[in-house]
Design a protein around this ligand. Structure first.
Ligand code: ARG
Length: 454
């Protein structure tokens, strides 16, 4: 298609490094939609005849049905999806096919196709996130007031509730979802009509093609239109952040489902066995989600590196954008689906959570807070007194609430029986009524808000 000035055919290795059809055939639907919109515009503006445009638009539908049916003769000789489609169109309709490429270039064509594809993935990711958020919300609702240990440094910190912990992830995934929506809104400008780089001398109507393809407007600068790939980078960075959130949740599931923690039971649907150890039930899906995060973050770094030194406008380097984005998008959608299924089927062990919630003197802060509230001590002094009581409990091998009266009163004469109630995990979580805190009332209020939003 570009061979007019060439006397020799490309070397085999040249062809192998140059052809992208095995990757960019995934853009077929977008490529055909873009070409159909372009053909309609060429007719409306009088650049090609109505009958040629009609033949082109119908021929493209035939091409699309061949691709959908798996009968399309993809050819590496034709490099990429754009030339494969156009060559097949020529086979089907003859001479009018040659008019389709008037007032456009593969540079604006591929930029348009790819924006359309990434736009679809932004929508799919938002849908996948909504399913996951609903699964987390279901868990939060079931265990809104179930105490469990809250950790810092993976050391017991203060009791929290299962519902509160689930909602922490709902917040994260909601931000990911908003980031995909933002990325979508920013990418939704149409490069078509930028042609090779400088625009075109034909009287095209860029607003028409932009509207036809669901874009908000045409890109305002033709050089930027063909050379920008930050929409793909933004998709990848959003995907990488989202994958990182998935990975943290996956890690918690791995820890929680271990025999040592025993906080949750994985459904058989989301675990595997060992070929040698009959007792094993492994959290493979969680582990793989954790691992696949590396692939998605890697795709972001790969494309950042491809783009970082490129002068304006198009360089063939940019052909390497698609493989990374395709793989990252597939990986993210799969990870979202697996996580949503795993969470929906997860069985938290309420008793084990409750037992662990009280271990490790998790309510020591409640004692210190009581000394401040009831006895008016400065917090620092209350902290010190409580610390001495924790040491005493450690020495006696008992819980803070089980320390004998004389020991408590020796630490501070104002301490009364009331603190034994204060030291229960139920009292501890119920007391954390600050906005966004772990008290079941607060958790239920947040659940109600999320249910309305979703
Ligand atoms: N296959 C190419 C890509 O994906 C299409 C654009 C080719 N443009 C060019 N000037 N060779 O980037």
């Amino acid at each position: 298609m570009w061979g007019g000035r060439f006397a020799a055919s490309p070397d085999a290795a040249m062809q192998a490094i140059n052809a992208s059809i095995d990757v960019d055939r995934r853009l077929a639907a977008e490529d055909i939609a873009g070409s159909r919109a372009h053909a309609a515009m060429l007719a409306r503006t009088g650049i090609v005849s109505d009958s040629d445009a009609q033949a082109i638009r119908e021929g493209l539908l035939t091409v699309m049905s061949e691709i959908a049916a798996g009968t399309f003769p993809f050819s590496a000789d034709l490099e990429d999806i754009h030339m494969n489609v156009e060559a097949r169109l020529r086979d089907l309709i003859g001479e009018p096919a040659g008019r389709l490429h008037t007032a456009r270039s593969r540079n604006d064509q591929v930029a348009t196709d790819f924006r359309l594809w990434v736009r679809g993935q932004c929508d799919a990711a938002q849908d996948g996130l909504a399913v996951l958020m609903r699964a987390l919300l279901g868990q939060a609702e079931a265990g809104a007031d179930w105490p469990m240990p809250g950790f810092t440094h993976l050391q017991v910190a203060q009791p929290v509730t299962w519902g509160h912990h689930m909602l922490a992830y709902v917040e994260m995934f909601a931000r990911d979802r908003a980031r995909f929506a933002d990325a979508r809104a920013r990418l939704n400008e149409c490069p078509l009509g930028a042609a090779a780089l400088a625009g075109t001398s034909f009287p095209i109507d860029r607003a028409m093609t932009a509207a036809e393809l669901g874009f908000d407007r045409p890109c305002a600068n033709s050089l930027d239109a063909v050379s920008a790939r930050d929409f793909a980078l933004e998709f990848l960075s959003t995907a990488a952040i989202c994958a990182t959130h998935l990975s943290r949740l996956a890690e918690e599931i791995v820890i929680w489902s271990s025999a040592q923690f025993g906080f949750v039971r994985l459904s058989d649907r989301w675990a595997t066995g060992s070929s040698i150890m009959p007792q094993k039930k492994n959290p493979d899906a969680a582990e793989l989600i954790r691992a696949k995060t590396g692939r998605i973050a890697g795709a972001l770094v790969a494309l950042l590196t491809v783009m970082k030194g490129l002068p304006l406008t198009y360089s063939k380097d940019m052909q390497e954008d698609k493989e990374q984005v395709f793989d990252a998008a597939d990986t993210l959608l799969l990870a979202l689906a697996a996580m949503a299924g795993m969470i929906a089927d997860l069985t938290p062990d309420r008793t084990a959570l409750r037992q662990a919630a009280g271990a490790g003197h998790a309510t020591a802060t409640d004692l210190a807070d009581w000394l401040v509230r009831r006895l008016g001590l400065p917090f620092r002094e209350a902290h010190h007194i409580t610390g001495r009581l924790v040491a005493a409990a450690e020495a006696q091998g008992c819980a803070l609430a089980d320390l004998p009266d004389p020991v408590l009163r020796a630490a501070h004469p104002g301490i009364t029986e009331e603190i034994r109630e204060v030291l229960t995990v139920e009292a501890s979580v119920a007391s954390r009524q600050s906005h966004g805190g772990t008290a079941p009332d607060q958790v239920r209020a947040q659940i109600a808000r999320w249910k309305e939003q979703l």
